[in-house]
Structure formats: C-alpha cells, structure tokens
Write a protein that binds this ligand. Sequence first.
Ligand SMILES: C[S@@+](CC[C@H](N)C(=O)[O-])C[C@H]1O[C@@H](n2cnc3c(N)ncnc32)[C@H](O)[C@@H]1O
Length: 306
Amino acid sequence: MKKDKKIFLKELKAGLSKKNKMIPSKFHYDLLGSKYFEKITQQKEYYPTRKEKEILRKLSKKISTLFKGNLSFVEIGSGATDKIKILLNKNIKFYIPLDISLDFVKKSVLKLKKKYPKLKVKPIKIDYSKPFKIPNFKRTTKICFFLGSSIGNFHKKEEIKFLKNIRKSIGKNNYLFIGVDLIKNKKIIEKAYNDKKGYTAKFSLNLINIINKSFNTGLNIKNFYYKGKFNSRLKCVQGFIVSKLNQSFFLGKKMFFLKKNESIQVEISNKFTIKSFVNLSRQTKWKVEKYWQDRQKYFAVFLLKS
Ligand SMILES: C[S@@+](CC[C@H](N)C(=O)[O-])C[C@H]1O[C@@H](n2cnc3c(N)ncnc32)[C@H](O)[C@@H]1O
C-alpha cells in the first residue's frame, strides 16, 4: 500500500472510531474536491472570500511601502492561487504555493504564469497538519500567507502547534499575513456554509467518493446528506454528513456501523474576535504588527512578525 493511502486509512479509522465520528477536512481535496471548493468561494452567500479580497485589494497598494527590496511569497494552502494575484508586483521574485492538493495547484499556477511570466513559481506538496518546513530563500524577505480563514479549520487547539511551527521555520524578522473570519450574526454564517446551489454539500459528500476510490467500502453518496450548523457555544461552524439509514462498511479488516441519523463531522471552521486572535498570536509568540478589516467588519487580515 502506498504511503499516502496508509496515512489516509490510519486517520480515517481513527476518526471513525471516535464516539463522535469525524474525518479530517484535509481529505476533501482531491481534484474534484478542490474544484468544488473553488465554486463555493464564488457563491454569493460565501462572504469570507469576498470580504478577504476586499481587504487584500486595499493592502495591495500598501505592500510595496510596507516591505522594501526583493520579496519571496510563500502561500500555505494556496488552493486556486486566486488571492495572491491581487498582491503580486515586480518586487516579488519567488512564489511558492504549499498545498495538499498539488495537481490542482499546478493547474492553477499555469494561469498565473501566463500573467506573470518572470515570476519564479514552485508548488510543493505538504500536509500542514504535521510539522513542515518553509523553504529558504537567500537575499529576500520571506512573507507567508495563510488565507481563506484556514486557521479556523483546526481541531483541539492544533492551530497553536501550526503557528509555532511556522514561526520557528520562517526564522526571525519575517512575516505572516493571515485571514481570519470573525464572529457575526449566526444566520449570515450558516447561509455561507449552506449555499443555495449546494456546492458545500457536494464538496462534503464527495468524501464518500474519495474514500471509495481508495477502499472498496460500498458506501453510496445517496445514503447521506450534508448539514452545516453554527455552534454558538464553541463559536464554530460544524459541517456534517449524516447517514440516512443504518449501514455498515469495512475499512481494511475493521467493520464500522452508522446508525440512521448518525452524523460524521467533516468540517470545522472556528470563528474569532479581534481580541481572541491577538491572544492566539501572542500565545504563539508572534508579534501583531497590524490588522485590516472589510467595511462590514466580517473578516480581518492580520500581519504578524516573527
Ligand atoms: C479552505 S481552502 C482555502 C484556499 C485558499 N487559500 C483560499 O483562501 O480560498 C484550504 C486550502 O488548503 C489546502 N489544505 C487543506 N488542508 C491541508 C493540509 N492539511 N495541508 C496542506 N494543504 C491543505 C486545500 O487543498 C485548500 O487549497
């Protein structure tokens, strides 16, 4: 069995053996999953992308005054590499997108290269839920990006390890721009995670196909539905796929049971306040340099210094 498949099996079994079953969201991103996510970001209800882009447009005018000299951009979880386009200028010599969905990123980068033929681009596959290294560049200031409020997608304070890991790896006096979705009216949040065209549902249910491609489980997408809810106590959105009937399946030699109406958590999106994110930054020894918000204060982009 290939290494990736072994890891997938191990983490899948671990998540599905929990009392409250879960599957880590990083497994959503095969080529189709990445395309569905891109579609989600284009939906009217999905305010995070719109609001973050509004802030990045404001920022793009400032970036050349904020940082002098040659720069290297490293984007963690870059996906479609759409947002970075807003910020690119002639001082940026290297762009390194790091992502679990490498084939999707490579395709996106082809379009980017057409627009910026002189930019040196090197996509790298990583799993940022584990320790990883930020590539080193000589004679350029390193600027990392972690956009799309992906910092909200960690369970059980794993974001603390993630932020500490980047700070160590990036070295002193470098920077991290990080997009953070803020707590707001529950209805607005829930609409964003239950878009009318059903792309969030397709994205989440696609996990069943991804599992079936690797392991012959016999599970059928038609026997599940998607549900996205804001948990006011935990201040996060939880995305679930729910079993419509009693069913069982094998993963390797282990049998799993799903009761009718039993849910598997496949997504978490923690929401922050400015204060809670400043505290998280300080806790992980990052210095908060500045932050910007959109006009409605739905979203914030923080600039952190190592
Ligand atoms: C929520 S999307 C955000 C995409 C993009 N940054 C944006 O703002 O629209 C998360 C991105 O991170 C990638 N990703 C998710 N989990 C990952 C992991 N554990 N390691 C590396 N990349 C991951 C996905 O492939 C996807 O491109």
